[in-house]
Design a protein around this ligand. Structure first.
Ligand code: FES
Length: 191
């Protein structure tokens, strides 16, 4: 059975102007590997879903968030089990999974770098920062390095507009960042 015993969302400190921001669920696996049991047993997952989520259409998003918390992303077979349990067609489950930027259907690399491309960050140079990260990593936005170390994504506003440009590193938001900082982070990861 899948264990999600006490695993509260961590909060992150942001260097410079400090802000505590809840970390997105998928970051739990990235930052705290092994906390989810990562079962691949459909029956066990279904039993756990039955315990945690009433068979109700409104439970779709909570169940998907739970799945992502456990696996770091939404594996296809897991979404199928969610659909079985809630009585929701696979197409609708997949549609929901791909409609929210905080949910992912592709397994991320070990590290996840997301650059905010909301308006405030664009004005502050986020697109240049994103281009720098693409060059440093040798991947286009949405891709992962061939060594599986870094996934690069853009993200909508992280509500740190007052500290733009902002990036998210393995689930932790950092404001008032710079192209040099992005370069340093990437080089450190790839060492
Ligand atoms: S626009 Fe980037 S944090 Fe709001």
């Amino acid at each position: 059975m899948v264990s999600v015993a006490a695993h509260p969302l961590p909060t992150s400190g942001v260097t410079g102007a400090q802000v505590d921001t809840p970390v997105l669920n998928y970051a739990c696996r990235l930052r705290c590997p092994g906390q989810g049991s990562l079962t691949t047993d459909r029956n066990a997952l279904r039993a756990t879903l039955r315990e945690k989520f009433p068979r109700d259409h409104g439970q779709l998003l909570p169940a998907l968030h739970y799945l992502q918390h456990e696996f770091g992303y939404l594996p296809g077979w897991g979404m199928e089990v969610v659909g079985w349990h809630l009585g929701i067609p696979a197409s609708e489950v997949y549609g929901a999974a791909t409609s929210y930027s905080e949910l992912r259907t592709v397994q991320p690399a070990t590290h996840l770098l997301r650059v905010c491309t909301g308006l405030g960050c664009r004005i502050a140079g986020a697109l240049d920062m994103l281009a720098t990260a693409e060059v440093e990593l040798g991947v286009a936005v949405g891709g992962s390095t061939s060594d599986g170390v870094v996934t690069l994504e853009e993200t909508p506003c992280g509500f740190l507009c007052g500290m733009a440009p902002a990036i998210e590193i393995d689930g932790q938001w950092r404001g008032r960042t710079s192209m040099d900082a992005v370069r340093d982070i990437v080089r450190e990861w790839r060492r």
